[in-house]
Ligand binder design. Structure first.
Ligand code: MSP
Length: 525
């Protein structure tokens, strides 16, 4: 049996409610998971929350809550949003869960036993916000540290280190010989540059308890807790069943069936060093082979007017509000259409409005409404496949077939926006087909009855095809459209089953009710 397609996302920090960037990443992974299922693959989709660390400890203290209660509250905002947006995961990785902690501790013990960890004292500049020591590389030309590091303090501290440097030569060779390790490939250069300039500093994997209590204790030194990144990265294997028998974890997938992950979907900010340097070297130190290093899918950022979206800047866009305004699938559609995976995009009220109004309401929605209205008026909603054919009909079939041939090549290479474009070629062609064939005129002429049948059939059939291609992106709306067409995806239907002839002769279409109501947006004050 083939291995399931194992897809993960970054696990979100639970120091604040989710914003549009978090939503984008989870939707992107969900779209890929649904697309893989559509191809007939078994899928395991893991996402979750990163609940330990200094940021959480600090925020919880500020609001006078215990850290666990604090993260549990914040976590609810994430799970509620994923439910609302139709993000369907198979596994939930919350790093305060006992099974995860046990695996982190078991890994630490193994690495300690193997001599991969050592204790040392270090003096230097430390960023409280990023929870890491800074080197001269992080200094600006004037010698100061940039705003992204937040408060920087001088610190002398004993800590535990992972011998990351022992694995750097292996990592460089691995990256060079595995061009698929990082997607898009151009991002691998950043990693190689970072490795060249890393200055041979090993990875600090602990924080002293006197400074940070909110973490997983080191099993061999109770004065320390594990550094949040080490803990967080392990989620990809701990929740996939790694060491399950050894630590007594149950109810998790069988690790050897899942690993390696096909895709770790992450943002560009956490590629280097965490995912491209810490993670593969950790895996290598644990004894994972080159074939067991997962692929990284690195997406870009949603910005706002060219600048960063951040809570502190007061410009956070609430995905809940957007989902309420444009419906969850309207938001999913926009987030997939207006960005190319790997690159940045600018969030814009105007563009989400255009995507909703022009593409969904006027493009797809009108096509469906007009088709159903005409079919119901002229043929009581019954699809008739007669013998009539002509060039115009043939051309709609060709557009559909070509779009369907191109769609998987786009989706397989994470170009979701181009997958949408392919589906839209059918929508545009079908709308144009109505203009060309003028069914309302054909209906008035008895001699054109066979042609009218063919036109209505082609329209309904083309829409059915669109609902298959767009299903990963807008699962709810596509199901609603199919409901109006009176058609459901047959059990076990695969993308490869998508061929002209989905609707049989005599198929009864349903009634059309507008699916994309008008949205009025109050002008910004
Ligand atoms: N907790 C770590 C990840 C640990 S993974 C083992 C973290 N959390 S985060 O909440 O800050 O970010 C979660 C994900 O959201 C990251 O992949 C990050 O790149 C992504 N995004 C955060 N802001 C974003 C945008 N404005 N746009 C797109 N994605 C962005 O990092």
């Amino acid at each position: 049996m083939s291995k399931p397609y194992y897809i993960t996302t970054a696990i979100d920090y639970t120091n604040a409610a989710p914003h549009i960037g978090h939503a984008y990443e989870k939707v992107l992974a969900d779209v890929m998971a649904r697309y893989q299922r559509l191809k007939g693959n078994e899928v395991y989709f893991l996402t979750g929350v990163d609940q330990h660390g200094q940021k959480v400890q600090k925020k919880a203290a500020e609001v006078g809550q215990e850290p666990q209660a604090f993260v549990d509250d914040i976590t609810k905002h994430f799970t509620a949003l994923w439910t609302k947006l139709g993000v369907h995961y198979d596994g939930w990785a919350a790093t305060t869960a006992e099974p995860h902690k046990k695996v982190v501790q078991a890994i630490l013990t193994k690495l300690h036993d193997k001599g991969q960890l050592y204790k040392a004292s270090r003096h230097g500049h430390y960023s409280v916000r990023q929870e890491q020591f800074l080197t001269d590389k992080e200094r600006r030309e004037d010698g100061t540290f940039g705003e992204e590091w937040g408060e920087v303090i001088e610190l002398e501290e004993a800590n535990w280190y992972f011998k990351l440097n022992e694995h750097v030569e292996w990592l460089k060779a691995f990256i060079r010989s595995h061009p698929d390790f990082i997607f898009p490939a151009f991002r691998a250069n950043d990693v190689i540059n970072a490795l060249e300039g890393s200055g041979g500093i090993d990875l600090c994997i602990s924080r002293p308890k006197e400074r940070l209590t909110w973490g997983i204790p080191l099993p061999f030194d109770p004065d320390f807790v594990n550094y949040v990144w080490f803990d967080a990265l392990v989620n990809y294997i701990s929740f996939a069943g790694y060491l399950a028998d050894e630590v007594g974890n149950t109810g998790l997938p069988e690790f050897k069936k899942l690993w390696p992950a096909n895709a770790h979907v992450i943002g560009k900010d956490i590629l280097s060093p965490p995912h491209a340097i810490y993670w593969p070297t950790m895996l290598h130190a644990m004894g994972f082979s080159d074939d067991e290093i997962p692929q990284l899918i690195v997406h870009g950022w949603w910005n706002l007017r060219g600048g960063k979206i951040s809570k502190s800047l007061g410009n956070v866009i609430d995905p809940n509000v957007l989902a309420d305004t444009f419906m969850p699938d309207g938001l999913r559609f926009y987030l997939m259409k207006d960005i190319a995976t790997g690159y940045d995009a600018d969030f814009s009220d105007e563009r989400i409005m255009i995507a909703y109004d022009k593409d969904l309401a006027k493009g797809l929605g009108n096509l469906l409404n007009r088709t159903l209205k005409m079919a119901n008026n002229y043929r009581s909603g019954v699809v008739k496949i007669g013998g009539y054919d002509d060039e115009v009909c043939a051309s709609l079939r060709t557009v559909t077939a070509e779009a369907e041939a191109a769609y998987p090549t786009k989706m397989d290479s994470w170009a979701i926006h181009q997958g949408i474009e392919e589906a839209w070629k059918i929508v545009t062609a079908a709308n144009g087909f109505i203009e060309q064939t003028q069914p309302f005129k054909l209906a008035k002429d008895e001699t054109q009855a066979a042609r009218l049948d063919a036109v209505l059939h082609h329209l309904a059939e083309a829409i059915a095809h669109v609902t298959v291609l767009l299903n990963p992106i807008m699962p709810t709306m596509c199901a609603k459209i199919r409901e109006q067409l009176g058609w459901t995806l047959p059990e076990g239907f695969k993308l490869s089953d998508l061929k002209w002839g989905l609707l049989p002769d005599g198929h009864q279409l349903g009634q059309g009710t507008p699916l994309f109501p008008r949205v009025e947006i109050a002008a910004e004050a």
